[in-house]
Ligand binder design. Structure first.
Ligand SMILES: [Zn+2]
Length: 463
């Protein structure tokens, strides 16, 4: 059985259909899209604006529990930055149980759905018990993330992280022992998780190198070769150039800036997601953009950490792919993340409409460019087969409510500007992931229980 939806306004690559008819099959894939009502078939009407679900390209789900808990200074921590924040994050890691990991992930995955994200790339590095001892089930913590994704209905591209060193030439700290694998054990974990896919159709598995600080060139090459043998199309993620400290350490240790080193030594292509990519010089911007890799910008997290600001006009202008991640989850709102990116640049450059550039005579809308670029980047980084409401793609459909205050009176030409740049109310009403409704009228059926489990977890972690 297939279902046909009549969507009042349907987002399409390069435009809208008003209305658009979308046929969704049982397997969660779009069978057809047309402007004409299919003859002799019943349709379900959906009022408002139907847009594709966005893939969030970077998440550390457990860090959601730290949001709002590190916003103060003390006499011993008057200078606060990413590295002092990391000490607080490690205190949380030291207390994190599998139950808490799942409870926090379920809450943040629910939040992502409620803001219109239909998948997440989870950069997962808390693998073991404290002291580095393996769980009885070596994939215990990964399985907790899979359970949280199943419970909420969010698509999951799981990226187990290879982490081996506490810095270039440095042993790991005590807390970091929870993160460490040999390359061999790491590839075994990936193989195990690939085996989970048969029972979890919304699961994809990719590879992540924590950073060039935490993995040697030989370890990186061995892990990539092992992944390539299992799945040559797998997505490959790495933290890169988040801070100037990291750039200096890699330059001193490996002889080149991080992105330049990757370009010269591992070769970047469209399987790669360069997470943060904040501090790039002109040659790195040109090289990374031309490689086809996607830059994984995490605007509110990077702002909260005081990392620095992505070179949006330069990277976008060079034709570079980029998308957004919510990383430490200071926000899970697509609108907030894209707004700080565009408006932060407006403040810096003292002009309006930074990302949109004229193209012939018709107006080019900033909201549309921001959303469509982040949509394509998220799809590329997650490798899910979604990212557009066209035949053959995953049926990830987000309905925006036309009576939400931010969208009142808007039509298709300006609706994305209104959502992304025009107000604060969340207009996401219904969310479909792979053909199945998981949010209706803003609500998830398991919401109360997910909140209760999170509250219990937070109480034990911060008592
Ligand atoms: Zn990260």
């Amino acid at each position: 059985m297939t279902t046909i939806y009549e969507v009042e306004h349907l987002h399409q690559p390069g435009g809208w259909l008003s209305p658009g008819y979308v046929e969704v099959g049982d397997e969660g894939v779009i069978g057809s899209v047309s402007a004409a009502k299919p003859a002799g078939r019943p349709v379900e009407r959906l009022r408002g604006f139907g847009v594709p679900g966005l893939s969030n390209l970077h998440s550390h789900a457990f860090q959601r529990a730290l949001a709002g808990r590190t916003e103060f200074v003390t006499a011993t921590r008057s200078e606060d930055n990413l590295w002092t924040w990391r000490k607080e994050m490690y205190r949380l890691v030291d207390r994190l149980t599998p139950e808490a990991y799942e409870a926090i992930a379920a809450l943040v995955y629910l939040e992502m759905l409620q803001f219109g994200m239909t998948a997440v790339c989870e950069f997962h590095y808390v693998h073991h018990l404290s002291g580095g001892h393996a769980h009885a089930n070596a994939a215990e913590m990964s399985d907790r993330l899979i359970a949280a994704a199943d419970r909420t209905g969010l698509g999951l591209t799981l990226l187990p992280v290879l982490y081996a060193h506490g810095g270039i030439g440095k042993p790991v700290e005590e807390t970091q022992k929870r993160f460490v694998h040999s390359v061999e054990d790491y590839l075994t974990l990936i193989d195990t998780l690939r085996g989970r896919r048969a029972a979890h159709p919304n699961l994809r598995v990719g590879l992540a190198l924590h950073s060039l600080r935490a993995v040697t060139p030989d370890e990186a090459r061995a892990a990539l070769a092992g992944m390539d043998a299992m799945d040559p199309a797998a997505r490959l993620h790495i933290h890169v150039s988040e801070t100037t400290h990291e750039v200096a350490e890699v330059k001193a240790g490996l002889g080149a800036r991080p992105v330049q080193w990757l370009l010269d030594n591992l070769g970047l292509d469209d399987r790669w997601c360069l997470v943060h990519a904040t501090h790039l010089d002109a040659a790195e911007i040109a090289g990374a953009a031309a490689s086809g890799a996607v830059a994984g910008i995490c605007p509110l997290t990077e702002a909260t950490m005081g990392d620095g600001f992505f070179a949006l006009p330069e990277y976008h202008g060079a034709g570079g792919a980029w998308g957004i991640g919510t990383d430490s989850h200071y926000s899970t709102s697509i609108a907030e993340e894209l707004r700080i990116l565009e408006c932060g640049k407006r403040l810096e450059l003292r002009r309006r409409n930074v990302i949109a550039r004229p193209d012939g005579g018709a107006p080019v809308h900033s909201g549309r460019v921001l959303f469509d670029t982040a949509l394509a980047g998220g799809e590329q980084a997650s490798g899910r087969g979604g990212g557009a409401l066209v035949a053959g793609r995953r049926a990830d459909l987000v309905m925006l409510d036309p009576v939400s205050h931010v969208l009142l009176g808007h039509g298709p030409d300006t609706v994305l500007d209104a959502w992304i740049l025009g107000g604060t109310q969340n207009p996401v009403r219904d969310v479909m992931v792979a053909g199945r409704w998981v949010i209706r009228d803003g609500r998830h059926p398991d919401e109360e229980a997910i909140r209760a489990a999170y509250r219990t977890a937070a109480a034990t972690l911060f008592d």
